[in-house]
Write a protein that binds this ligand. Structure first.
Ligand SMILES: [Zn+2]
Length: 131
């Protein structure tokens, strides 16, 4: 099973320092939090994401994975989105995404879930053998 890293909203964080971006002013294409960060990034000639940025994404995915695994351990396979938000689940990030018909399937590392407008459903441990 190959995990395909996908960052649906990669513009949430500054590509240089990893701080959250303020997108409230209507500029949705912003990639940096400041001119200083933009210059630093380009001066370094970076062709890849900074370590700060990657660490931030990994921390979010790790936290999502922890929440999903805790739900599975309690036998919970479906939960409403608001409750998950209160648990600090971050819906902006996943490790893969597949659309199968009308089903929106996401994975967070080794846990799969289906997202509907109000709930996540069919939370499933991909490492579990169904023999
Ligand atoms: Zn920055």
């Amino acid at each position: 099973m190959g995990l395909n890293y996908q960052i649906p909203r990669e513009k949430c964080f500054c590509l240089q320092c990893g701080n959250q971006l303020n997108l409230g002013d209507g500029r949705q294409d912003r990639k940096f939090c400041s001119v200083a960060c933009k210059n630093k990034y380009h001066n370094a000639g970076r062709q890849m994401l900074s370590r700060h940025y990657k660490n931030k994404v990994i921390r979010i995915l790790d936290n999502n994975n922890f929440i999903l695994r805790r739900l599975l351990s309690m036998g919970v396979t479906s939960l409403d989105i608001n409750t998950l938000r209160q648990m600090q689940f971050n819906f902006d990030f996943s490790s893969s995404y597949h659309k199968i018909g009308r089903r929106q399937l996401y994975t967070c590392f080794d846990v799969q879930y289906e997202l509907t407008p109000t709930r996540i459903m069919n939370i499933r441990d991909l490492l579990e053998r169904n023999i």
